[in-house]
Design a protein around this ligand. Structure first.
Ligand SMILES: [Zn+2]
Ligand SMILES: [Zn+2]
Length: 334
């Protein structure tokens, strides 16, 4: 029996790393030897029990690796392929699925949330979730196809034109990707609002202006009339700030995952009087092919915003013990 290193979240707050039997695959599944897996804010919520998940579970929904086994009915994937994975499994039968919005599926399950995911040496993946990537791609970047796909979908939902001005609140990994994606979409000016120096410095190193909302309140007050604002922070009065700073007829993108049941202040008169479009965005239906292409072409600057961590350090990262040093942790699997 061949065993492999597997991270299991037994229940909220309890991680176990053990050697487990290699998972068996179904006829339409492949076995992926995981090369790298990103640690995401959602993983943190699952770790703390504040996001619905099926425990025990191997977390990790941002991963890439090499196919080492294929089920007998698999047609489009071969042993040796480097693939990134769309972790979301759509039912195909609910109203959202039937109306062409499968990412809003009422019966959605996901690898790394309800089914075992990528923080293990091996993961069984249905064939239709695979995106082949060119063999030379750095796995630490290939595994980021999922969050990049989410960001591209958010940007797709905007009515932004080239030459626009945009402000991003929150300089975590998603905020950093959002800055870059908005610039590539044609924004002439993109500003980050972020209290943590590490995240401001990363954005500044990539050519973005960054404002500290705590020590530079006056600067923040003077900002106004953005075509687009994006809430990638999900905290405090950020949504209200976004509404305040967006120009008449502009777009407010709500990307952040606020805790379910939490209410935040917002001034509805502004939305009404400025005819703002307040836009939610959740995962993605169709952007992973483009995300893969953009990663392969090196279009996102990822080196300054990712840090490699070991499987044994995942608990520390999830507990926030490295937040002063790491914007995005990515696990390289042995
Ligand atoms: Zn994620
Ligand atoms: Zn569905």
């Amino acid at each position: 029996m061949e065993t492999s290193l597997t991270l299991t979240l037994r229940r909220p707050g309890e991680i176990e790393i053990t050697a487990k039997e290699r998972p068996a695959i179904g006829d339409r599944e492949v076995l992926v030897k995981v090369a790298a897996c990103g640690i995401c804010g959602t993983d943190r919520h699952i770790y703390h029990g504040s996001y619905p998940a099926s425990y025990p579970v191997t977390i990790g929904h941002e991963f890439a690796g090499v196919i080492v086994e294929t089920g007998k009915d698999v047609r489009s994937a071969s042993i040796g392929d480097l693939v990134s994975v769309n972790p979301n499994i759509w039912c195909g039968r609910c109203a959202a699925c039937l109306e062409g919005m499968p990412h809003l599926c009422a019966g959605m399950t996901a690898l790394g949330v309800d089914l075992n995911g990528g923080m293990a040496a091996y993961c069984a993946v249905p064939e239709h979730l695979l995106y082949r990537m060119s063999p030379g791609t750095d796995p630490l970047k290939a595994c980021l196809a999922e969050p990049i796909s989410c960001v591209l979908h958010g940007v797709d939902r905007l009515q932004m034109k080239a030459g626009s001005r945009a402000a991003v609140f929150g300089g975590g990994f998603i905020g950093q990707l959002m800055l870059q994606a908005l610039r590539m979409q044609g924004a002439a000016e993109v500003v980050l609002v972020e209290p943590q120096p590490l995240k401001r410095r990363a954005a500044e190193s990539l050519g973005f202006a960054a404002i500290d909302p705590l020590s530079e309140k006056d600067k923040l007050e003077r900002l106004t009339d953005f075509d687009v604002t994006a809430d990638c922070a999900g905290a405090g009065d950020v949504l209200m700030q976004c509404v305040r700073l967006t120009k008449r007829g502009g777009d407010v993108l709500l990307f952040a995952a606020y805790p379910q049941g939490k209410a935040v202040p917002v001034e509805p008169f502004d939305i009404f009087r400025k005819e703002l479009r307040l836009i939610g965005t959740f995962t993605y239906p169709d952007t992973q092919l483009r995300a893969v292409r953009m990663i392969e072409a090196g279009m996102f600057e990822l080196d300054p915003i990712i840090s490699e961590v070991a499987l044994h350090d995942v608990a520390d990262v999830l507990e926030g013990k490295r937040d002063d040093r790491i914007i995005k942790g990515v696990v390289r699997l042995p």
